[in-house]
Each structure stands twice: as C-alpha cells, then as structure tokens.
Design a binder for this molecule. Structure first.
Ligand code: SF4
Length: 219
C-alpha cells in the first residue's frame, strides 16, 4: 500500500486583521490518510505533524490505508464495474483540494451517476471481509466532501472494489451525519496542529503494544 499524499505546508502568510494588527496565517492541508492516523490514535498527529517524528515502520496495521496503486492496475474490467454502478461519466486519478476544509486527497475515480449525483470509486488490493472499517468509511466520506465542493454535485454513496475477491463491488452510504463527523475530525486535527497541544491517548491500549511512539508517549 502506498501512503497517500503527505500533508503539505504551503508556508506562512502575514495578513492584516480587522483591527489593523498583522497575524500569522498558516496554510496547512490535511489528507484522508492523516485522518485515518488520527482515528487510530490522536497522538499520531502530534508526534508526526507537530514534533515531526516520522514512523520508521508501520508495525501496526491500518486497514486499507491510502491509495492502492497496485489494485488499480490489477482491474481490467473497469468499464463493466462503472456500468454496473450506473456511471455515465468518470474522471480518473483525481487530485482534489478543499479550500473550505483545508483538505487534499487523491481519488482513484470520480463517477458521475445517472441521478445527477457523483461518487468516489476506490480500488483495494484486499479480500472482502464482510465488513467495512470506520477508517475506510471516513476516508470515503472525506472523498465525498472533496467531490461535492469541487464538482458541485451531491454525493451520497461511495464504491469500493476488492480486487482479491474477484473484484467484489461494495457500496457505502455516505450520510449527512458521517459528513458532519468528518468535518469535526478535520477540525480536531487542526486544533492539534494550530495549538500544538498533546491530545488524549487512544482508549484502546492494545494499540500501544507495538506502537512506534510508545517510548515517547508515557502511557
Ligand atoms: S503509545 Fe498508544 S497512546 Fe501513544 S501514540 Fe501510540 S497508540 Fe497512541
């Protein structure tokens, strides 16, 4: 699996506020991959993006993290899958930015559907396990928000193709509540980045057992 686009810092800009004072505005964008890191443990964002300590190894398993270039290449009958979904148009390998949310992401495909909605389609080099993890739902919800802002189309579902299960096609419903939750999480990440505060540890202490940051974390 490849790590999705890393967050990028576009530099700091001085701007004049209403009272005439100059304030520092930092333009930072986060990625769906970073949101997944945050969901695994909020402290990952602190260690990675505030202290800039990279994870040398991904000992823990984040399911279906990031874009899966390998899966993308493995699927030969993509037109059949798009037709099955009801897509009438598509954009492939799309890099999208949300200035509103300060979010960037790269989506395997954006599909435009018969009902005038749009949907992300993501290829996973994985077996279908009869369940979809919250991290993956959140990744697709962030893609939905990016598509809505960039194409001015409603997004209420996302599609996943599990290449190792004979291209099993799975539909995820993207509700308004999921979108609200995604926005809250993005804002929580910005709170950590902007205020440099040390967030709460994950409640699931099993995650700490083989965590790269365990020695720094004092849990
Ligand atoms: S040791 Fe536990 S609390 Fe600390 S960063 Fe790792 S997973 Fe999070």
């Amino acid at each position: 699996m490849t790590k999705e686009l890393k967050s990028h810092f576009e530099g700091d800009n001085l701007f004049e506020s209403d009272n005439g004072n100059c304030r520092l505005q930092t333009n930072i964008f986060v990625t769906p991959s970073e949101v997944i890191e945050y969901l695994f443990c909020p402290r990952f964002i602190y260690f990675m993006n505030v202290l800039k300590i990279e994870q040398h190894e991904h000992k823990r398993k984040l399911v279906n993290k990031g874009r899966d270039i390998h899966a993308l290449k493995m699927v030969h009958n993509k037109d059949y899958l798009r037709k099955k979904i009801g897509a009438i148009d598509k954009k492939i390998d799309v890099y999208l930015t949300s200035k509103k949310l300060k979010l960037v992401g790269r989506i395997d495909e954006v599909l435009f559907l018969e009902n005038n909605e749009a949907a992300p389609l993501d290829y996973k080099f994985a077996f279908w396990e009869d369940k979809i993890y919250k991290t993956l739902r959140m990744q697709q919800t962030l893609y939905a928000l990016l598509i809505e802002e960039n194409f001015d189309k409603k997004v209420e579902k996302a599609f996943l193709v599990y290449v190792r299960s004979k291209n099993h096609l799975e539909e995820i419903r993207i509700s308004e509540n999921m979108k609200k939750e995604a926005i809250v999480i993005v804002n929580e990440i910005f709170d950590i980045l902007n205020q440099n505060y040390f967030p709460k540890a994950t409640k699931n202490k099993n995650k700490c057992l083989d965590c790269t940051y365990r020695n720094l974390c004092a849990v």
